[in-house]
Design a protein around this ligand. Structure first.
Ligand SMILES: N[C@@H](CCC(=O)N[C@@H](CS)C(=O)NCC(=O)O)C(=O)O
Length: 227
């Protein structure tokens, strides 16, 4: 099967969702890694017209938008589908991907995880007011995720789906800082799901550190020091 090339920055949760899916599908893939901020250079417009990450190449087929990429991989890669046949469970998968894009990314990752995990790497000071006012919206997002998960092992039921693979990279940052740990502790079913996800080989193979080691692009090194 033609190899897949994933363009992106090690550490990005969107990039990791694609990497996770490639790992779960056990296909050959490479990460064309770029340093933090390199997607804003004019030449990156050729890879992504909106200068976002990720983009996937499969032979001469180039695709961006994470939801579309995950669905494409599920259709073209061998192995069990990561979208249930049942229409309602399949709708839950699409709902979770959309919810991750619109609420988890904006109200959890872009506020709390960004200030606690990314800003220090950029040599900046966290915006403490933004963190403080971001706790309640993040709490509401996690409450809804916990409600959707319920007491099932995965978001779409008994088996892993693209929904789990989309949201896990975002939530994986939470145990790394105090506010995130506190919010997770309020939702034991979600915390237990995250712990189970973290034990998967795909999660370990796509951690921030693993992708740095794999590509040699050290996106944890403070940018000032890298220059
Ligand atoms: N709609 C896009 C969103 C991708 C996205 O927001 N990616 C983040 C990576 S974590 C990004 O590119 N951020 C950099 C920026 O906005 O400059 C998708 O689903 O792929």
């Amino acid at each position: 099967m033609t190899e897949f090339t994933l363009h992106g920055i090690p550490g990005s949760p969107y990039v990791r969702a694609v990497a996770l899916t490639l790992e779960e599908k056990r296909v050959r893939w490479t990460l064309a890694a770029i340093p933090m901020g390199a997607h804003r250079a004019p030449d990156y417009l050729a890879v992504h017209p909106f200068q976002k990450i990720p983009t996937l190449d499969h032979g001469d087929f180039r695709l961006y938008e994470t939801h579309a990429i995950l669905r494409y991989l599920d259709r073209v890669c061998p192995g069990a589908s990561l979208v249930p046949d049942d229409p309602r469970q399949a709708a839950r998968v699409d709902q979770l991907i959309s919810l991750t894009n619109d609420y988890v990314a904006h109200q959890v990752s872009a506020v709390l995880s960004y200030n606690r995990r990314i800003v220090p790497l950029l040599g900046g000071m966290p915006d403490e007011a933004a963190v403080a006012s971001g706790i309640e919206p993040a709490r509401r997002v996690l409450a809804e995720l916990a409600r959707l998960l319920g007491d099932r092992p995965f978001f779409a039921g008994e088996t892993l789906s693209l929904g789990d693979l989309m949201v896990a990279p975002h939530l994986s940052f939470l145990p790394e800082y105090g506010e995130g740990r506190n919010l997770l502790a309020e939702r034991p079913n979600l915390a237990a799901w995250l712990e189970r996800m973290e034990t998967r080989a795909s999660m370990q193979a796509t951690s921030w550190d693993a992708l740095i080691a794999k590509t040699g692009v050290d996106t944890k090194r403070p940018i000032a020091a890298a220059a």
